[in-house]
Design a binder for this molecule. Sequence first.
Ligand code: H79
Length: 594
Amino acid sequence: MKHILFTLYLIIASCTVKAQGMEEMWDSSASKKEHPNIQWFKDAKFGMFIHWGLYSKLAGTWKGKNYYGSGEWIMNQAKIPVKDYRKIAADFNPVNFNAEEWAQLAEDAGVKYMVITAKHHEGFSMFDSKVTGFDIMDATPYKKDPMKALSAAMRKRGIRFGFYYSQFQDWYEPNGGRNTWDYDESKKDYQSYYRQKAIPQLKELLTNYGPLGIVWFDTPGGMTKEQTAAFVKELRQLQPNSLFSSRVGQGMGDYKDFGDSEVPPVPIEGAWESIYTHNDSWGYIAHDMNFKSPDEIIKLLANVASKGGNLMLNVGPDGSGKIPEYSVKYLQRAGAWLKKNGAGIYASTAGFIPAQPWGVTTAKPGKLFLHVFNRPLNDTVLVPGFTNAVSNVYALDGAVKLPFIKKGEDLYINMAAVKNVRSPNTVLVVEFRGTPPAYNAGAPVTVSAAFENNTVDAVFAEVTGNAKIQSLTYSYYYGDWKHTTCVTDLQAPADSAVFMVRITDPGDYKLILEYACPQESAQQEGVLNVDDKSYLFRTLRTSEFDRKAPLLFIKHPVAIFTAATPGIYHLTVKPYQQGKELFKLKSIIAEPIK
Ligand code: H79
């Protein structure tokens, strides 16, 4: 199983590279020495990302046309010439910017670090830079350095502060990366851009704003491994304590960033971060109102923590310096939940019990935290595979003591005494003695009648033949990436996905296959075996697999299965005969019949 997990991790890493079109590789070898200042980052768990630049002023609209998706890419998407784009600065006057308000929001939200765009791909410097006239000091009527005030306001509150810096892409400079609509790519001299702008500006950022928690690089390019090493070495001298993100490139950097909006499906060791934006764009778009609710933020944060990582959630202030009202409101509400339940998040590590139908787990020495997203209908929470002696169980909010019993390695907790039935995430604390078991990815997945449905994800399959488990990357809006782990390459009857489940309650279950199926795969026959029972089905067409379009999944009910007794069952999915790939299988859902 270890081997399978390792393979999966490599697949995820390589897909990220392909999806992002960047040389984003990460040296995850155990031999790599950790940064001596990494512990604060591992403990932080929650960060705030801010995208703010001239694109914020355009707000997703150029010459009367509205753009969707990554608003900070509007210069590229609309192919706005530099001579027009530079004029936006003359009207950029963020008089509503208030560093104390932003810093207070960060504190209220409960984040432990903040990273803000000093310069994004557009090439505009949101700080006082002597290296260029295309900065907020020289090119705008504002003529102040907002980063001075913000870094000071954050330091006052004891929250780490850092800069995002686009080190390769710079669409303003003739020698910067990726502006092909104004400049001839074959004439670009990237080394001269690095020497004349990127390196001197990074030195300004590492010198003028006090100690930085993080320098967050993005989309590397134009440098060899040796050049990147020299670049890192030169900058590190200024602030050896500052962490560099993995997107500095060439396997360097102090922690791993997954792809934009990506959470790994299983725990990952070492320091890492998932980055999401609050709506569908990183930079402000006036017509993007698809904000994640407080409940969604709280569950996302717990889910990332359960895999051992940090969530850095982005907000996009507008061109006047105001953070969108829903971002303010919903981050504050997430923060209110964290005030009561933060002990289950901050300084935790990945949970040693895999995801259950009720939710996910995080851990600390002597404690397992159960993040109950779905309250069981009978109020009984089953924690399987719990080898240790349990001394105490309570709900974190209100310290409500809860009765429990141990039957072998099964821990049953009765949570009826928890009165707040509306909480998006009720955190239960299990105090135990001794060394906890290792995370067992091969444990059977629990299927219970105490939930509306039970989802058995692709990542828990054992695959045979040529079948693979892969993280697929696709997008909704422009740059709005989605990632789903699926079983792929089911082409012949020897290629199969086998799911070991433990059905805890006898009875009837509707079995539903969740999959994506392009035209060429549709209308083929497949088989679902539950031990020695066999059910035939025919695939239904959903959508083509194209990285730049949404991948649509159907929930296709294919059988009723009667579990006569509680116990272990094997669900096998495979093609009925040799053909094209059957589908991309996301999960099997078992829905108890009442
Ligand atoms: O700052 C945010 C993004 O703007 C930045 N990273 C996050 C934190 C980012 N830069 N590049 N990418 C993400 C990936 C770029 C993907 C691309 Fe495309 C695919 C560039 C061209 C094809 C997305 C889709 C952008 C244009 C079309």
